[in-house]
Design a protein around this ligand. Sequence first.
Ligand code: AVI
Length: 313
Amino acid sequence: MAFTFQDFPNARDDLRADVLAGLAAHPRTIPPKYFYDDAGCRLFEAICTQPEYALCRTEQALMHARLADIAAAIGEIECIVEPGAGDCSKVRLLLDALRPTRVVLIDIAGAPLAAAAQALASDYPAVDVNALAMDFLRDLESAGPWLSAGERLVYYPGSSIGNFPPAAASDLLTRFRHLAGPAGRLLIGFDLKKDPALLHAAYNDAAGVTAAFNLNLLTRLNRELDADFDPASFRHYAFYNPVAGRVEMHLVSLRPQDVNVAGTRFHFAEGETLHTEHSYKYRSDEFAALARAAGWQPAGEWLQDGFAVQLYR
Ligand code: AVI
């Protein structure tokens, strides 16, 4: 079993600076990557089991059903790189099907990544497993020394690309192009545009799990930035904007209130929103245009129940 873990302290996120800048801006906004503290990760897992939120289940079903076809289209691969690997569960199917000699797993949450990657290494003794703890948006290029020289596949499932506005998504796809190298490939999963009522329901589940996930951000800021948000004074508000092609998630202030965050006071008017997430939805041709502009050529597509997995070279 070969396993390495590397921490990149210079590529950690900066919660304090990002939150203070986001709260000072108008409209106020906080990057969605800050949802994922321990409680946020657990709440996201619970979202994925809600009847209204089919995204994760559909991608998993698609990957299982079409794996042989997807693997054949990908072809020979020496190394899989997964930015945002989380609990490293999704890459297992590809390890089984593609049998690469190396996998590079990147995530911002170092401790859970190390544990999950080590478990992966013991389950796949023939694979050289490398876990890199970093905010890949800051320093993806530092992964270079861990990549193998042979053919590489960048794997970016889960519609995480949807959480970036199109310009930032395009920039990320360009960086993936460099990460994959000239003979590289990209396998990416994203949520498709669909009936707005379905999208509205997916981000407003009846059990209130998405609301709890959104409000947990305030609890995190209270704990980690010595803030004094009253979560009961904010309302989860999510809606599909069909013109922009995205679900927007906000926390709306239910009354005029002052909030102190890391020693700075912010005033929220009644009805003012804190924008916490965009979740862009694409038509498959729209996404292909974005990927093409970033230097990728389409090499395969698999669709199921409003979800797409696309392969690029
Ligand atoms: C992780 N990401 C793709 C999810 C999404 O659908 O945008 C996060 C999420 N936000 C609310 N529900 C799920």
